[in-house]
Every structure is written in structure tokens, then in C-alpha cells.
Design a protein around this ligand. Structure first.
Ligand SMILES: Cc1cc2nc3c(=O)[nH]c(=O)nc-3n(C[C@H](O)[C@H](O)[C@H](O)COP(=O)(O)OP(=O)(O)OC[C@H]3O[C@@H](n4cnc5c(N)ncnc54)[C@H](O)[C@@H]3O)c2cc1C
Length: 301
């Protein structure tokens, strides 16, 4: 990750001037504030601001419960109860604002999560930096034979080297042409909003992304999952580590019920019950399709 000297100075300055506040503060999150967490070769995630903590989730939940909550003894237990029963609005009481630097093709996947607020770097107004995502050799992989939407084993030898060379050369050539087109040296210079169309999808962009904890956990559930593309998954994993420090009870419940848990269909549940009674259940007798059965076997090991 390449933070410019100016960016690093801004982070140092922000971290050097703490202010007193009456607001709820999460010590774990304070440690992350402004600091850039490197992701991929030039990307990062950094926390710009946040609101709330584990206690804020409980505070909101207890208001909405009104009377009759005496049986829920502590914050951790209450948060686990809320997560288990999909009582989601208390989690919306926490918010986080992130500054993310990411390749454009990752941004296209990320922006599909509509329940967030986004402001992106303007390539109409500004000139994009010469920064491209070039995968590490172990991530230059072949098309998966089992999953049309995924990759298989890493490419090897001459083919891997050729792919890497193409990625680097095309990125460099496109950026050279971008610079040549917008240059006002001896020519009028093409508008930046037009010149950018010639840039490849591995160029980096940046945005501020603000989201509440409920929708952030939904994002993380989908994008920290093994089915998500590696290049967005590493961002999700970096954010998971931040959330674990920010709201430890909520994150632990999320890890347990969502990330590590599984949903079973009625048919799958019926199979589990039959198996527990000692019946030998097969795909044919399960009532599930081959795909469902494969996924079911994956869940129960
Ligand atoms: C592994 C994987 C593969 C994918 N493959 C593809 C693909 O091939 N092609 C493709 O186009 N997309 C693909 N997606 C994107 C996916 O379909 C979703 O668009 C994306 O994950 C955002 O999820 P979301 O809509 O639940 O999130 P958000 O937009 O954050 O919405 C959160 C929730 O709010 C509700 N909501 C938000 N907006 C609306 C609305 N307008 N109407 C009704 N309810 C709403 C829904 O309940 C939704 O689940 C893929 C995603 C993953 C994780």
C-alpha cells in the first residue's frame, strides 16, 4: 500500500489531537481511527468515524422491548439473543464511516450493497493515480472446473509469467495513453471524464463508505465468505477485524450465528433428524437436488 507523505501526515495529525467527548467510545475502535489497514497491493481501509458500541445496541433494544426484559441478564446475552432471532434494528444504532481504496472491478461488486452512503473520488474532476492491482503470483489462477463463478489452482510456469506481463504492460500502456490524451502540452487536451474510459478495471479508486452495523454485517456475511472473490474478501476480512475490536459482543455473535453458522432448509433439517435416528439418508432419499445435497454435505461435514 502506498500512502503518500501527505496522507500519512494527515493521519498522524488526526491521531495526535484527541478531544474529550461525552459520547459512547469503543476503546478498540479508537485504536483504529484514521489508521490505514493495507489491503491488496495499493489498497487500504481506514476508519474515519463511528457511532455507538455494544452498549448502544443493548440500550436501543431495551427501549424497544419496554417491560418484560428482566430475564435477559447481560449485554452479551442480549446481543446473542438479538442476533439469533434476527432482531436487527438495534444493530442499526451503530454506524461506521470508512475510507476505502480499491480496484475499480472490486468497487463494482462492493457498490451492489445499496444500504450504505458512498462518495467516490471524481475522475471527471481529478486525475487518477498510476496505480493498478497486479495480483500476487499465487492469485493468478485458472478458471475453476467446478464453479463457473470462481477460480481453481494457480497458473504455473510460462503461462503465469505471460499473464502477469500482459497485466502489467496493458496497465502501463493504458495509463501512458491516458496521460497523453489529457496532456495540455502543445494540444488542447481531452476532458478527464472522457480520457478515463480507456483505463482498465484494475486501476484504483477511492471512496468514503458509511453504513450501519446491521447492513455492514450483511455485507461481511456475503463478502467474507469463501464464495466471495478473493479481491473483495480481503477487504471484508480487514473490516471484520475492525468490527471485532469495535463491538466485540456483536461480532462474536455474528461469527457464531452467521459467519460460522448455517441455514438449513426444512428438507435438510428432516434429513438431520432421520440421520440422528440412525437412518442412512442418501441424496436420492433426501428429497434434495444434487447441488443442495452437495452443499448440505459441506455443512454437516
Ligand atoms: C458470491 C456472490 C456472487 C454474486 N454474483 C452476482 C452476479 O453474478 N450478478 C449480479 O448482478 N450480482 C451478483 N451478486 C450481487 C448480489 O446479487 C447482491 O446484489 C449483493 O450481494 C448485494 O446484496 P443485497 O442486495 O442483499 O445488499 P444491500 O443492497 O445492502 O441490501 C440489503 C438488503 O436490503 C434490502 N433491499 C435493499 N434494496 C432493496 C430494494 N431495492 N428492493 C428490495 N429490497 C431491498 C434487501 O433485503 C437486501 O438484502 C453476487 C453477490 C455475491 C456475494
Amino acid at each position: 500500500m502506498a500512502l503518500t507523505a501527505d496522507q500519512q501526515a494527515e493521519i498522524d495529525q488526526q491521531r495526535s489531537t484527541p478531544r474529550q467527548t461525552l459520547r459512547a467510545v469503543s476503546d478498540g475502535m479508537e485504536a483504529h481511527l484514521y489508521t490505514a489497514i493495507p489491503v491488496l497491493d495499493h489498497g487500504f481501509v481506514r476508519v474515519i468515524d463511528y457511532m455507538g458500541d455494544d452498549a448502544a445496541i443493548c440500550q436501543a433494544a431495551r427501549v424497544s422491548y419496554g417491560r418484560g426484559t428482566k430475564s435477559v441478564q447481560n449485554d452479551e446475552g442480549l446481543i446473542r439473543y438479538l442476533m439469533r432471532h434476527w432482531h436487527s434494528t438495534p444493530f442499526e444504532m451503530c454506524e461506521v464511516k470508512l475510507h476505502v481504496k480499491l480496484p475499480v472491478f472490486v468497487a463494482r461488486q462492493w457498490i451492489r450493497h445499496r444500504t450504505a452512503n458512498v462518495n467516490e473520488y471524481s475522475a471527471r474532476y481529478s486525475i487518477l493515480d498510476r496505480e493498478f492491482y497486479i495480483p500476487a503470483p499465487e492469485h493468478i489462477a485458472a478458471q475453476s472446473q467446478v464453479n463457473n463463478q470462481g477460480r481453481g489452482a494457480p497458473l504455473e510456469g510460462a503461462e503465469a509469467a505471460r499473464v502477469l506481463e500482459i497485466l502489467k504492460a496493458d496497465s502501463a500502456r493504458c495509463y501512458d495513453n491516458y496521460e497523453a490524451m489529457i496532456s495540455q502540452d502543445g494540444q488542447e487536451g481531452l476532458a478527464r471524464e472522457l480520457a478515463r474510459m480507456n483505463l482498465p478495471a484494475n486501476i484504483y479508486t477511492q471512496w468514503y463508505w458509511k453504513v450501519d452495523l446491521h447492513n455492514l454485517l450483511h455485507f461481511l456475511r456475503l463478502r467474507a465468505d469463501t464464495h466471495a472473490q478473493y479481491e473483495i474478501r480481503v477487504y471484508a476480512e480487514a473490516i471484520c477485524a475492525v468490527v471485532a475490536d469495535w463491538v466485540p459482543f456483536a461480532y462474536a455473535a455474528f461469527e457464531d450465528y452467521r459467519l460460522g453458522g448455517a441455514n438449513l432448509s426444512a428438507k435438510a433439517l428432516d434429513c438431520v433428524r432421520r440421520m440422528l435416528k440412525g437412518e442412512e439418508v442418501t441424496q436420492e432419499s433426501s428429497g434434495m437436488s444434487k447441488g443442495e445435497w452437495r452443499e448440505f454435505e459441506g455443512v454437516i461435514g
